[in-house]
Ligand binder design. Sequence first.
Ligand SMILES: O=P(O)(O)O[C@H]1O[C@H](CO)[C@@H](O)[C@H]1O
Ligand code: HPA
Length: 282
Amino acid sequence: MCEGPSFEHVQSIGELLLGKTKHRPTIGIICGSGLGGLADMVEDANVVLYSEIPSFPISTVPGHMGKLVFGTMKGKQVVLMRGRLHYYEGYPMWKTTIPVRVLKACGISTLILTNAAGGLNSDYSVGDIMIIKDHIDLPGISGECVLRGGNDERFGPRFLATVDTYDKELATLTKSIAGKLGLSDIMREGTYIMIGGPTFETVAESRLLRNFGADAVGMSTVPEAIVARHMGMKVFGLSLITDMCSLQYDVASATTHEQVLAAGRKRAKDLQELVSNLVQNM
Ligand SMILES: O=P(O)(O)O[C@H]1O[C@H](CO)[C@@H](O)[C@H]1O
Ligand code: HPA
């Protein structure tokens, strides 16, 4: 059975979008929960609502507005997804990544992913920014990989190697920019693990995820990174640590989405500076 949007359909949405903006971006940015303020860095913006785009899924999560923002960031042409789609919203995995396929059809060759994540590594603190060095696709390794279903070779290969998912040069560049911005103390580099959500982890689950080798956990990003690589895009990712996962029963505290959004707002300016300087220097 063939799942997913047809190549022709994705191309036609890309053409439709380019008809709505004078910009011709090559860099795409996906804003994580509470990180939509990145779009405030965009000048000369053309905004397209997801609801205006045929067969585009709608974001239903607070903190995700459902807008594509075309424009310039520090002189570079960009497009931001202010609002991402999550598997737990009820969409099949492939549907959460239609926008990534459409971004490629619009001419995007580098995708910057941002997300809010829970810290599993006890050396981390709320407010740290983690460069995603690698990921663990928990849904994927148990059968729900975003590339499951028929494969159209015009998108990419049936069997995708994922050892080189995250671009090393962009990671090096980001570390040097963080140093210049005085952010080195809060920079981390580690492994992101995706869970299906929408439940936050139990203590036993957090322990399991940590034992798997993950430093941070969230409910997104991995399918987007895989689909972007499937289509030959460069991928770079940043996780903002918005809460620390409870690894001990006696001090366990409940995480809330409001807490996640508030931590995003607190670090918004630093993240905007970091991402916009990265874009400028790419
Ligand atoms: O991954 P993003 O979209 O940043 O959002 C993260 O924050 C939400 C939980 O508060 C979940 O959707 C989780 O994945
Ligand atoms: O602690 C978390 N767990 C899962 N997803 C998250 N997104 C933000 N924080 C978390």
